[in-house]
Design a protein around this ligand. Structure first.
Ligand SMILES: NC(=O)c1ccc[n+]([C@@H]2O[C@H](COP(=O)([O-])OP(=O)(O)OC[C@H]3O[C@@H](n4cnc5c(N)ncnc54)[C@H](O)[C@@H]3O)[C@@H](O)[C@H]2O)c1
Length: 331
């Protein structure tokens, strides 16, 4: 099982989508990318717009979106397009997975993070009051169209988020590591990351093996993201750094700094000193509720060398005491 990845310029993409002009073009679209879109999309009656995608990635909006498409005449042979960042592709993928027991969907990611991660791999979900992504499914898009042209309007903070995830890929793949250090263009690196994830997912769709490695930095990362209210990729970059510090992995830590510098990431903003209100007790509490926790153990992805990762189960109690007395967390 695999999505087709296509890399193209924006005008080529819209030419491709224009084929739908005379039929029903069903889409869920992030309102923030409207300035990139051609008239036929802007004025299509079958578009469900998301104005604040992350806040709207919930059951209420799901009910409104499904009612909208059913009223608009969506059928089992229709295709649903998702145009936007990761929140939009997660949401649209979840609608596609469930409406009429599943219709085909195509992702057009418009943030760096969605191009390299969110739109790839078929994890689709919405948030509930109990937490993020708690209602979801595995449902691959048929195609993912990647156009770096969308990045021209991306706010710096969202670019930093994407780069945080790219940093992770720099540990998972030697090819991506070398592209980063050779300062290849962001679009070239993004395409390589998307290819890499697609291949991993093809080998391990349900995350029973190597796909778990894609969670490098995510255990601490999710906790940072939640506690510090920072974008996902920034949390992941911090998650890796603090994991390496806690476990005394000095080689991985120097590699982290080398990659972060080559990506022009603002290293000072990836440090807890930047967040004076950080609450260590709340942080540990969040980790204890981690959904990837197995009984009383945390499943951590660790790095042996670039391109070689492994999973280690660490007792939560042990990990908690490490955090509570480690200088990088308490100073
Ligand atoms: N399914 C997965 O495997 C997976 C992986 C990682 C993250 N995610 C999910 O993805 C989401 C995060 O994705 P994201 O960082 O793309 O966030 P997002 O979709 O919320 O987009 C971030 C912001 O950028 C705006 N935006 C989107 N494209 C733009 C553009 N081209 N120009 C200007 N602004 C633009 C959006 O409107 C939003 O305000 C989270 O909901 C997370 O749970 C899913």
């Amino acid at each position: 099982m695999k999505s087709n990845l296509t890399y193209l310029k924006k005008h080529e993409l819209f030419k491709e989508l224009d084929n739908f002009k005379d039929s029903q073009f069903f889409a869920i679209v992030d309102y923030n990318v409207r300035n990139h879109l051609p008239q036929f999309i802007l004025f299509s009656p079958h578009i469900f717009w998301l104005h604040h995608p992350e806040e709207e990635k919930n059951l209420d909006t799901y009910a409104r979106a499904t009612e909208f498409f059913l009223t608009q005449g969506i059928t089992r042979t229709s295709t649903l397009y998702a145009i936007g960042g990761g929140a939009t592709t997660d949401f649209a993928g979840f609608v596609a997975a469930t409406i009429l027991r599943g219709v085909k969907w195509i992702a057009v990611p418009t943030t760096l993070l969605a191009m390299i991660d969110g739109s790839i791999g078929g994890k689709v979900a919405i948030n509930t009051p109990q937490g993020k992504n708690l209602l979801g499914s595995f449902y691959l898009p048929k195609d993912v169209y990647i156009s770096g042209d969308f990045l021209s309007s991306l706010p710096k903070i969202e670019e930093m988020s994407g780069k945080g995830e790219i940093l992770k890929y720099g540990f998972l793949s030697k090819t991506i590591h070398d592209l980063i250090l050779n300062r290849a263009s962001l679009e070239t690196i993004a395409i390589e990351c998307a290819k890499f994830k697609t291949e991993v997912v093809e080998r391990d769709f349900y995350e029973k093996g190597q796909r778990i490695h894609l969670n490098l930095g995510h255990t601490l990362g999710h906790a940072f993201e939640f506690m510090l209210k920072i974008p996902h990729g920034q949390g992941v970059a911090m998650g890796m750094k603090y994991l390496f510090q806690l476990l005394g992995m000095t080689d991985a830590l120097s590699k982290w700094e080398e990659l972060a510098t080559a990506l022009d990431l603002p290293i000072d903003q990836l440090d807890l000193k930047h967040f004076p209100n950080f609450d260590i007790a709340e942080f540990v509490k969040f980790l204890e509720q981690d959904k990837k926790k197995q009984d009383h153990n945390l499943r951590l992805v660790l790095v042996k060398e670039v391109g070689v990762c492994y999973v280690e189960e660490v007792p939560m109690k042990e990990f908690k005491s490490k955090i509570l007395c480690h200088e990088s967390f308490i100073s």
